[in-house]
Design a protein around this ligand. Structure first.
Ligand SMILES: Cc1ncc(C[n+]2csc(CCOP(=O)(O)OP(=O)(O)O)c2C)c(N)n1
Ligand SMILES: [Mg+2]
Length: 558
């Protein structure tokens, strides 16, 4: 067999992936994917080898979101596959098209230690699983996996026994036509004129309109249309968290709507009598669980309008359309109005207010996370790509209003911590000419800190900013507010600068913010990836936690 010069099935499979236009693949090797991966690299695909399979898939998610392309990852069979089950539900919920090349145990063996019934495990996450057991048909099945991932916008895992991969190729000489050439062209869907007339009437009768844009508006290029609608109604603009920054330079943008709404935004949302949600699925958090706009009617402009979402009645008024076409049609149908909600004083308040003005007593030697974010907002260059992770600190990191949406990424639909470092790697791979700054918590970073080695080895241009409160802040603040023992949630201030240096990266500990501009200049001069460890006080509680877990007398407003 070894002297057989015929190509192997894995050779053809690598070509099938290359033909699909795969230029970057995130992988961790094992018996069941290493030959395929080696051949894919020979096809000109950039292989990014991570130190944990979860991180390979999570990086592919961010790559997919950033490039609006199918993200590709690869794992070996059995234990390689089981590592995927936290990233897959997140990818499913975030509607990310992904194809995962997974091995399967050899079919010829009566016993194999890594054997596992992989299908049920994968499909339980909401992803699709296809075992490929017919070598001649595998290239078509791979192509179809890309068709499915693109059409259904979800992960598709193909499982291929590695003994079949090693067989000589006996199938057809030509590869099938790639998915991109087959898929129907999906032009943006215009609204129905009757629906436009009805919706315009609703808007004309409202006094305080907020136009809320989600990722669907970003994808549809509806930003300018939303600004125009808000201007014509004399109303305000807001976005969901993933779409944050879409109106970053508009003086009437109140920022994020949802769990991360700044103080002034909360006040105005409370006053709104109509929210026009464009390209927004009206997820639970975007409306603060229904609490954010108690007086407002909801008009949803979306390709897939919904009445009930994530357990809540969210919208009674709908305009089915592409977000841009729908919003443009609405603006065109509206009469010019004489009264406006907007005032110069309002714009000044939005511009000059702090996102959160509560005052906390902070121990000497520790930083206020809000001041860290303010300083970073001022010091970091505007063209850096930002990646936000999860945890309590994500409230603070979300408050960087000058940063545009196209330089921002967060994927949080499954609520898992530990993904920031992988998402940053995916963005760095998608934007190799840019600096990427990751904002993460200490607990989250530690969950996959081994990827600092991947960052160094692949020379990914990433600055990791850690909001180090020595704890799982989310848990700590909730336990504290309930008078429960804090143990378990507090682990102390880990030395991330030292850890970074151990992995061959630069590391800086910040106990004051004085030298921040100097360090920014140093990083920008291109000396490679780094970890910046900001030691912050665990006394500062985010507004979201304060709302959900009030502590009598513990806080005061500045
Ligand atoms: C995979 C996973 N495990 C546990 C949790 C529960 N959890 C939510 S936030 C959080 C704390 C994160 O700590 P850190 O990254 O330090 O951020 P902080 O809350 O301290 O700002 C934890 C453990 C989760 N969301 N996901
Ligand atoms: Mg923490």
């Amino acid at each position: 067999m070894k002297n057989d010069a015929r190509p192997r099935v894995y050779d053809i499979l690598a070509k099938a992936f290359a033909q699909e236009g795969v230029r970057t693949c995130f992988a961790l090797l094992g018996d069941a994917n290493m030959n395929w991966a080696a051949r894919l690299a020979e096809q000109g695909c950039r292989m990014i080898y991570t130190r944990h399979e979860h991180c390979a898939l999570a990086a592919a998610m961010a790559y997919s979101r950033k490039n609006r392309e199918v993200g590709v990852a690869s794992v070996t069979c059995g234990p390689g596959v089981t590592q995927l089950v936290t990233a897959l539900p997140a990818a499913v919920r975030a509607h990310l098209p992904l194809v995962v090349f997974a091995g399967e145990a050899p079919l010829k063996s009566g016993w194999y230690n890594q054997e596992l019934d992989q299908g049920p495990l994968i499909t339980a996450t909401g992803a699709a699983y296809h075992p490929l057991h017919m070598p001649e048909r595998m290239p078509v099945a791979v192509r179809d996996a890309f068709v499915q991932a693109r059409r259904e916008r979800r992960p598709v895992v193909v499982g291929i026994p590695f003994d079949l991969q090693a067989r000589p190729w006996d199938g057809p000489a030509d590869l099938p036509r790639p998915s991109r050439e087959l898929l129907p062209r999906l032009s943006p869907v215009p609204p129905h004129p009757d629906d436009v007339a009805k919706a315009a009437q609703l808007i004309a009768g409202a006094q305080r309109v907020v136009v809320l844009a989600g990722l669907g508006a970003v994808e549809a290029g509806a930003g300018p249309a939303c600004r125009a609608l808000a201007a014509k109604t004399g109303g305000l603009l807001a976005t969901t968290l993933p779409a944050r920054g879409l109106f970053h330079d508009d003086p009437y943008c109140i920022g994020i709507s949802g769990s991360f709404t700044p103080e002034v935004g909360l006040e105005y949302l409370k006053e709104a009598d109509l929210v026009v949600a464009a390209g927004c699925s009206l997820a639970y958090h975007a409306g603060g669980g229904g609490q954010l706009w108690p007086k407002a009617k909801m008009l949803q402009v979306d390709i897939e309008p919904v009445a009930v979402s994530q357990g809540q009645e969210v919208a009674r008024h709908h305009l089915r359309a592409d977000a841009r076409l729908g919003v443009e049609a609405l603006t065109a149908a509206l009469p010019i109005r004489s009264k406006s909600w907007r005032t110069d004083a309002m714009a000044a308040r939005i511009r000059d207010s702090k996102p959160d003005s509560y005052v906390f007593d902070i121990e000497p030697g520790l930083l206020d996370p809000r001041e860290v974010v303010e300083a970073l907002e001022k010091a970091l260059p505007r063209d850096w790509e930002m990646v936000n992770s999860g945890g309590h600190c994500s409230w603070f990191f979300a408050q960087m209003p000058s940063r545009p949406q196209e330089r921002f990424l967060t994927i949080r639909e499954f609520g898992a911590i530990g993904n920031g470092i992988s998402f940053a790697m995916g963005v760095a791979a998608a934007r190799p000419d840019r600096s990427v700054v990751l904002f993460d918590g200490d607990g989250s970073l530690m969950m996959h800190v081994q990827e600092l080695e991947t960052i160094r080895r692949h020379r990914l241009n990433i600055l990791v900013v850690v909001m180090n409160d020595g704890a799982y802040g989310s848990e700590l603040h909730k336990l504290r507010s309930e008078g429960m023992p804090e143990e378990g949630s507090v682990f102390g201030y880990c030395d991330f600068a030292g850890i970074a240096r151990g992995f061959g990266l630069a590391g800086v500990t910040f106990k004051t913010l004085d030298d921040l501009p100097k360090h920014v200049a140093e990083f920008a001069s291109g000396r490679g990836a780094a970890v910046w460890d900001f030691h912050v006080s665990d006394k500062v509680v985010s507004p979201t936690i304060r709302r959900a877990h009030p502590r009598p007398g513990g806080e005061r407003k500045g």
